[in-house]
Design a protein around this ligand. Structure first.
Ligand code: SP5
Ligand code: ZN
Length: 343
């Protein structure tokens, strides 16, 4: 299994996010990718390489150009107008307000975001860009037929980022970029399976009206968990995309015994769809020890999770998403990949 990793992820190191009414140190921090790197190397999972630069085109295939330009330039504008501290938005659009893009910095920050937990720093664009390149490289490798599986060790994560918005620690939707690249390089139908604890609302939004990319997400019930306003079972897609989105909200406290049945149903749907390639949004925040999540998967369960996904028999790209119990994150992620390759 080929692994793609860029050290540029370190350029994203936000100081604080808003949690329980306090600014607390960011859960999404560089140590996450470092420990995953060490564990996949230790597990002998495959050669690890720095991604080739495929440019902005694969990113612009799923993200709005105005949004990409905003991400590239917002730090410079902020530094000049405000100063050298992390950017957090503080104004959003309520119902009956206008979805009109203001010219001001604060207006645009609110327009392009949806939470106060996702700081933009000096290196955010470069880090997110490098992560997107890892995902695009993994997809290109699968599309070439040279490998049946790959792992994009992306940081920051991506599945909460939509066409023109960021949030949930995500700026560029790495999994969506990979799925689109697989489509562009010949796969007629692609499935995205999201096993992160949180609903992959960005991925859902990007492919909402598309019938060629099936999006399936297993996650904590949004009635009681972030992102709250997306991820319900009755969200099925629209137009040509109707029926090509499947949400499986699961109760707080879900353990492997109940998770595996839901995963089996998700994989059945992917098989019925006729996907030629699979992108897995791999969050390990379903782990019992995760500091911000409330599922109960144990470390050996991640081997089972990987093996079950491997049973689908599809060319598969894993893309790293969440997981905040840093000490266990490396082993949990490596276990998924080890289970998948069948060792
Ligand atoms: C990629 C990913 O996993 N993003 C997750 C973003 C979650 N952001 C909201 C976290 C709020 C945690 N609040 C926990 C309260 C515990 N008292
Ligand atoms: Zn998550």
């Amino acid at each position: 299994m080929r692994i793609f990793y860029s050290e540029d992820h370190r350029l994203q190191h936000g100081r604080a996010e808003l949690n329980d009414g306090k600014l607390v140190p960011c859960f999404e921090k560089p140590e996450r990718a470092e420990i995953v790197y060490r564990q996949v190397a230790a597990a002998g999972l495959g050669p690890i390489q720095t991604p080739q630069d495929l440019g902005e085109e694969p990113i612009r295939r799923v993200h709005d150009g105005v949004y990409v330009d905003f991400l590239k330039t917002v730090w410079g504008r902020w530094l000049e107008e405000r100063g050298d501290y992390d950017i957090l938005p503080l104004n959003w659009i309520a119902p009956n307000m206008r979805r009109r893009r203001p010219s001001s910095l604060d207006g645009q920050l609110g327009y392009h975001s949806y939470d106060a937990g996702t700081p933009i720093t000096a290196g955010t664009w470069r880090a997110a860009y490098a992560g997107a390149q890892s995902a695009a490289n993994g997809a290109a490798l699968l599309a070439s037929g040279a490998e049946r599986s790959a792992f994009a060790l992306c940081r920051p994560p991506g599945h909460h980022a939509g066409t023109d918005f960021y949030g949930g620690y995500c700026f560029l939707n790495n999994a969506a970029i990979a799925a689109q690249l697989l489509r562009d390089r010949g796969a007629a139908r692609v499935a995205v399976l999201d096993v992160d604890y949180h609903h992959g609302n960005g991925t859902q939004e990007i492919f909402w009206k598309r019938g060629d990319v099936l999006t399936v997400s297993l996650h904590a019930d949004p009635d009681d968990e972030y992102p709250y306003f997306s991820g319900y079972a009755d969200e099925v897609g629209e137009g040509p995309g109707e029926g090509a989105n499947l949400n499986m909200p699961l109760p707080i406290g879900t353990d492997w015994a109940s998770y595996t049945g839901a995963l089996s149903a998700a994989l059945d749907r992917i098989a019925a769809f006729g996907a030629e390639a699979l992108v897995v949004s791999l969050g390990a925040d379903t782990f019992v020890g995760d500091p911000i999540s409330r599922f109960k998967l144990q470390t050996p369960d991640f081997l089972r999770l990987g093996a079950q996904i491997g049973g689908a028999g599809l060319p598969t790209l894993f893309v790293l998403e969440g997981g905040y119990a840093v000490d266990a994150l490396g082993v949990n992620v490596a276990n998924v990949l080890t289970g998948f390759v069948g060792r």
